[in-house]
Design a protein around this ligand. Structure first.
Ligand SMILES: Nc1nc2c(c(=O)[nH]1)N[C@H]1C(S)=C(S)[C@@H](COP(=O)(O)OP(=O)(O)OC[C@H]3O[C@@H](n4cnc5c(=O)[nH]c(N)nc54)[C@H](O)[C@@H]3O)O[C@H]1N2
Ligand SMILES: Nc1nc2c(c(=O)[nH]1)N[C@H]1C(S)=C(S)[C@@H](COP(=O)(O)OP(=O)(O)OC[C@H]3O[C@@H](n4cnc5c(=O)[nH]c(N)nc54)[C@H](O)[C@@H]3O)O[C@H]1N2
Ligand code: SF4
Ligand SMILES: [Mo]
Length: 684
């Protein structure tokens, strides 16, 4: 017997998670046998979350798609026959060419962050659709409300560095279940706690993170703006401000002061559904503890006023001068620190002066069912190409999304690793590679290192990378610009301008830091137009919006409807990543089944026993699942953990059957957590 060949390959976790872990894959005789966190990469610290520790189970899954397929059944039935790549690509190109001859805007790409890699996520695909002149997609489904709010206030998706939370004396975890969704941040919290820091969690749900904090503020969904303004009120009346920092590094203080003084704690307490004393105590802690750090996460911006709320919170550190210290400030996302050259990857110049209409992905249901506004007045969508996303499960108001994808006249191509709910509606289902099999390069939205993902093993069956598919489609369409010949490794190298990052380090270690100061805004110098922290935003005023942050009530405020008296939020389940991993048996068995958590009082009032099957419904639809009478739910709010595949639920729906396609105040984002429902016990 010959000894097995063994190697260890450096890579990056591709999932939509702020941690962007560095991976080490052990390969033996061409098979991946072990996946570990890279101990040499400080933000990873050699640790992976439960999900990705099971990556090999997902990777070697018996239901992995390995062969291009063409639909034989009805739309949504999920029945296919095998075809060759040549046949599939030729036919897809012919269909797209015919549509483009009329108006290429009838073609819509639909993608999100199934992989966060710049190459497999936003390179050759964008080049292809730009050259084609297809509709543009506004990629709003996750983060634009908060992200744009940060842009208006701080100048970008920038903030304090993650590792310095370990030195903070007060940490506010605001709209984040960090233990579930940002595990490597939680390690810094533990360090801070051991050094005596006080940790406060602000979240309607009593999460596993809230359980481990010193205090939990269980406000009603969509009331964070009111809470932040009341905190400002208290900072002002108790003179817990840093007048020097405010004078030198902020814009619009007088106006903000006036706004905040309209928000005494009693007023906010009423709106937030919490005691006024809790607000006063939090303000005192925030005003008198240095350094104070805020970990904001996207959970708090999935409501109508999400943008304003994020803006209000982003003002707080400047008021108390928290930015002076490297362990003070706020962090929503660090992705704005990267000098990535997206124009080189995506080549918007291939539009050659054309300006295709833009479709908001958060209104895909409306767009596919012909809503003129969602179509921006342009032509009906006649072809959609889905990759790195599972819209039938994750997009709001499923009834409309499903009706759209079920259209017989819609030509649908899905690039996927598994037969998801969306894949069931494909005309062509194309088998995609996984992270261990392709090249990619990654930024993070938690830390600030660049990671290189080198392929560890050969692609199985007939799987191909996304970039390969769009390169081949470009060839079939006859596009002869040299950029369509770039291979995946070459694309990795184009992601950063020469000299912007240390390539030698990337190739050697798998990661390389973006050089940054420890306390980026200690001396102001925010990347806003004024260089100041913009309490008041001229740019928002120019868009016809309020220049100051305010509390913007939900589209569907708690308590505003007697027919639908409960507010529903649908935060991520710990062992899934959005709808990824739901088909991995060991992880699904930890999560069990689709659940709605309900407070004992709300359950009793409805005769709902723990474990009973219930009907959760509103005017948009109905979702049947099991009720868990749970201390994790506050009165008046139910928690439907996401995001299950519809086909794993007996009634074929998930929580998005109930959510709406209404948008946020800033950033045109979805409002998943701004949703009223009623819950009713099912007989039997
Ligand atoms: N395990 C796991 N990790 C993930 C994900 C996952 O699905 N599973 N998803 C990934 C993705 S896509 C993202 S965008 C990131 C960030 O992911 P987020 O979606 O921000 O995830 P969470 O950290 O769970 O934060 C959501 C928290 O916000 C709370 N929340 C809901 N409404 C409100 C509100 O109005 N106000 C406040 N203050 N809190 C509210 C929820 O109860 C929940 O605990 O995490 C990523 N990491
Ligand atoms: N109710 C409710 N709905 C939500 C949310 C919520 O909290 N509540 N969260 C929202 C948020 S924050 C987000 S980010 C969205 C996420 O929504 P999506 O971006 O759609 O994320 P996933 O559901 O993880 O689906 C990603 C898909 O990409 C596939 N994929 C992964 N890598 C590759 C690849 O290299 N090539 C190809 N072709 N495919 C690949 C995976 O198999 C997976 O099926 O969902 C949103 N929907
Ligand atoms: S999902 Fe997040 S925590 Fe888990 S391995 Fe990937 S980057 Fe790390
Ligand atoms: Mo997200």
């Amino acid at each position: 017997m010959t000894a097995p060949t063994r190697s260890v390959v450096r890579g990056a976790c591709p999932h939509d998670c702020p941690d962007t872990c560095a991976l080490l894959t052990t390969v033996e005789d061409g098979r991946a046998i072990k996946l570990q966190g890279n101990p040499a990469h400080a933000p990873t610290g050699g640790v992976l979350c439960t999900k990705v520790s099971r990556y090999i189970e997902r990777h070697d899954h018996p239901e992995r798609l390995l062969q291009p397929q063409r639909r034989v059944g009805a739309k949504g039935e999920g029945r296919f026959e095998p075809v060759s790549w040549d046949e599939a690509l030729d036919d897809i190109a012919a269909r797209l060419r015919a549509l483009a001859a009329e108006d290429a805007q009838a073609i819509l790409p639909y993608s999100y962050a199934g992989t966060m890699g710049l190459v497999q996520g936003e390179s050759m695909d964008r080049r292809f659709f730009h050259r084609l002149g297809a509709s543009l997609l506004d990629r709003t489904i996750c983060s634009t409300a908060g992200g744009e709010a940060m842009g208006y206030t701080l100048g970008g998706k920038v903030g304090m560095r993650l590792e310095f939370f370990a030195e903070a004396k007060l940490i506010l975890i605001w709209g984040s279940n960090s233990i579930a969704s940002n595990l490597h941040f939680w390690r810094h919290v533990q360090t801070a706690k051991r050094a005596g820091a006080r940790v406060v969690c602000i979240d309607p749900r009593r999460t596993e993170t809230a359980d481990k904090c010193d205090e939990h503020i269980a406000l009603l969904p969509g009331t964070d703006g009111a809470l932040a303004l009341a905190l400002m009120h208290e900072l002002i009346v108790h003179d817990w401000l840093d007048p020097d920092y405010i004078a030198r590094h902020t814009l619009g203080w007088e106006a903000l002061r006036e706004r905040a003084l309209q928000w005494p704690p009693e007023r906010a307490a009423e709106v937030c559904g919490i005691p006024a004393q809790q607000i006063r105590d939090l303000a005192q802690a925030y005003g008198t503890t240095k350094p104070a750090a805020i970990r904001l996460n996207y959970g708090m911006q999935r409501v109508r006023g999400g943008g304003n709320a994020a803006r209000a919170i982003a003002c707080l550190p400047a008021l108390v001068g928290a930015w002076r210290h490297r362990a003070g400030g706020v962090l929503l996302s660090s992705s704005g620190f990267y000098p990535a050259d997206r124009a080189a990857l995506q080549r918007p110049d291939l539009l050659a002066g054309r300006r295709p209409r833009t479709i908001n992905m958060s209104r895909i249901g409306d767009a596919l069912t012909g809503d003129a506004q969602a179509l921006s007045g342009g032509p009906a969508v006649q072809a959609v190409v889905v990759y790195n996303s599972n819209p039938v499960a994750v997009a709001p108001e499923s009834a409309k999304v499903v009706a759209g994808f079920a259209r017989e006249d819609l030509f649908t191509v899905v690039l996927e690793q598994f037969q998801t709910d969306t894949a069931d509606y494909a005309d062509y289902l194309l088998p995609a590679t996984m992270q261990l099999e392709h090249w990619d390069i990654h930024c993070s939205y938690g830390h600030t290192d660049v990671l290189l993902n080198q392929p560890a093993i050969a692609a199985p069956g007939q799987t191909r990378s996304n970039a390969w598919v769009f390169r081949e489609l470009a060839r079939c369409m006859g596009y002869d610009e040299p950029c369509f010949a770039d291979d995946d490794e070459a694309l990795c190298r184009q992601a950063f301008a020469p000299g912007a990052i240390d390539w030698a380090a990337l190739e050697r270690d798998g990661f390389a830091p973006v050089p940054l100061p420890e306390a980026p805004f200690a001396e102001g110098r925010f990347p806003t137009p004024s260089g100041q922290c913009e309490f008041f935003s001229e740019r928002l005023v120019a868009l016809g919006m309020d220049g100051l942050p305010d509390h913007v009530p939900n589209h569907e405020p708690a308590g505003s409807s007697s027919a639908f008296p409960l507010a529903m939020i649908s935060p991520p389940a710990r062992n899934f990543l959005n709808s990824t991993f739901v088909n991995v048996r060991s992880l699904r068995s930890i999560e069990g089944e689709p659940l709605i958590e309900i407070h004992a009082d709300d359950a009793a009032a409805r005769g709902i026993a723990d474990g009973a099957m219930v009907r959760v419904f509103n005017a948009r639809g109905e979702h049947r699942c099991r009720a868990e009478v749970s201390r994790r739910a506050r009165p008046g709010v139910v928690n439907g953990l996401g995001i299950w595949w519809r086909k794993f639920n007996a009634d074929g729906t998930n929580v998005n059957q109930l959510t709406s396609q209404r948008l946020t105040d800033i950033g045109r984002g979805p409002t998943f957590y701004d949703c009223l429902v009623q819950v009713e016990a099912l007989a039997g």
